[in-house]
Design a binder for this molecule. Structure first.
Ligand SMILES: *Cc1c(COP(=O)(O)O)cnc(C)c1O
Length: 404
């Protein structure tokens, strides 16, 4: 994804052409970028040979799931819907792990009968429910226990999951008791200790702290886990500053950990696989001149991309056609929805813009379309995949007829 002669191209296709043909707002993904991200992830962790389960909640498009599965990844799901989508996209149940604090009996039944790799349980009540169901079906169920390591991921508070005040996982003390309990259940097979401390993590030290807690639990429990599931959360670079998670250092710490504890590592990355592989193209409906700033009113809104409104997340905005003429005005890029948080970014020194022009919101591959809604009775956008210059509509634009 780059400019050629000041025009934006995605895998060799001129983006403006796509926007004109398929209309806006429009999500576009680069197959090559996804492939590159997966290759990089595998290469970084090659020495520990992990099972990589793509976090389906970050992007649950079936065509993308199929491609990601073909590139060798399993899936991490958090609902029966995601589990069904992953399976129907060709991802094998033996490469699927199921996380979440509130799996219902129906969800558990389905997962148990599909014989997925792991149900990562998050409470004693859930273990009791799994045990009850496993007896009804006379099935042996593979269990992971999700530890709450009480470590601060140093990320946005809204996407932090590993502190004791968060609803996720089981405390160190309760996990030791649960391990003893599960050992006595003949239908449950305890195979994994799992963690996931949060999302968009850019500092490797919280991961190191988590490994220390895992090590302590393993030492105290004296239980041999076949798998250690380290979750996802690897952050990506949303801005021009070059702050980057040091995956290499993380890998070194894991190798040190594995010297004492011989287990297979599982990862559950979402954002780091798909985040920078997607963009959202939007058309300027109006430009409204204000006192101190000009509002660039887009046809995309918080229903298409809610991250800025929900987490105060920052996404770069760039023009589809680069021009040299910069303006001194402050531009505030907003959507048309009747909420003051329907606002993407405020930018100084952008190039001069005009009505009907197209702009690009960057790095929206993760938690973009998957968090979209129909708020304000707005139809959801279309999604395109560009693969080696071939264009595939992977989600049709929703029609108003569907909604009304
Ligand atoms: C959301 C989630 C992930 C993926 O997080 P990313 O930040 O997208 O890598 C992994 N595991 C669990 C349990 C999750 O809830």
């Amino acid at each position: 994804m780059k400019y050629k002669n000041n025009e934006f191209f995605i895998d060799g296709v001129k983006l403006e052409k796509l926007a004109k043909k398929y209309s806006t707002p429009l999500y576009c993904y680069s197959y090559n970028k996804i492939k590159e991200n997966i290759k990089y992830f595998k290469k970084t962790f090659k020495t520990i040979n992990p099972l990589i389960c793509f976090s389906v909640k970050s992007n649950s498009n079936k065509v993308l799931l199929r491609e990601i599965g073909k590139l060798g990844l399993g899936a991490d799901v958090v609902s029966i819907g995601e589990l069904m989508k992953a399976i129907s996209s060709g991802i094998k149940p033996k490469n699927i792990v199921f996380s979440g604090v509130g799996k219902t009996p129906d969800e558990l039944k389905y997962a148990i009968n599909k014989k997925i790799l792991l149900i990562n349980a998050e409470s004693k009540s859930e273990i009791l429910e799994i045990e009850r169901i496993s007896k009804i079906y006379n099935k042996k169920v593979n269990i992971g226990l999700r530890l709450n390591p009480n470590t601060d991921a140093k990320t946005l508070s809204q996407i932090s999951t590993g502190k004791k005040e968060n609803k996720f996982g089981i405390s160190e003390k309760s996990i030791l008791e649960l391990i003893e309990y599960i050992k006595k259940c003949k239908n449950l097979k305890l195979r994994c200790l799992s963690v996931h401390i949060g999302s968009q993590i850019l500092d490797h030290r919280p991961y190191e702290k988590t490994l220390n807690v895992l090590e302590r639990v393993l030492r105290k429990s004296k239980f041999n886990f076949e798998y250690i599931d380290l979750g996802g959360g690897m952050g990506i670079n949303y801005s021009d500053n070059k702050k980057k998670l040091n995956l290499r250092k993380y890998c070194i710490s894991i190798r040190k950990f594995l010297k004492k504890n011989k287990s297979k590592i599982i990862f559950e990355p979402g954002r780091s696989i798909i985040g920078n592989a997607g963009i959202l193209v939007s058309k300027i409906t109006y430009i409204k001149k204000g006192n101190k700033k000009n509002f660039i009113i887009l046809d995309a809104a918080m229903n298409d991309l809610i991250r800025p409104a929900l987490y105060n997340a920052k996404h770069r905005i760039i023009p589809i056609k680069k021009r040299n003429k910069k303006t001194n005005k402050i531009y505030e890029f907003v959507g048309p929805i009747c909420e003051s948080t329907d606002k993407f970014s405020t930018i100084k020194k952008f190039q001069e813009l005009s009505q009907k022009e197209l702009i690009i919101i960057c790095d929206v591959g993760a938690y973009g379309m998957s968090l979209s809604s129909n708020y304000n009775v707005r139809a959801k956008p279309a999604e395109l995949l560009v693969k080696n210059s071939k264009i595939q509509v992977i989600t049709k634009r929703q029609s108003l007829k569907d909604l009304i």
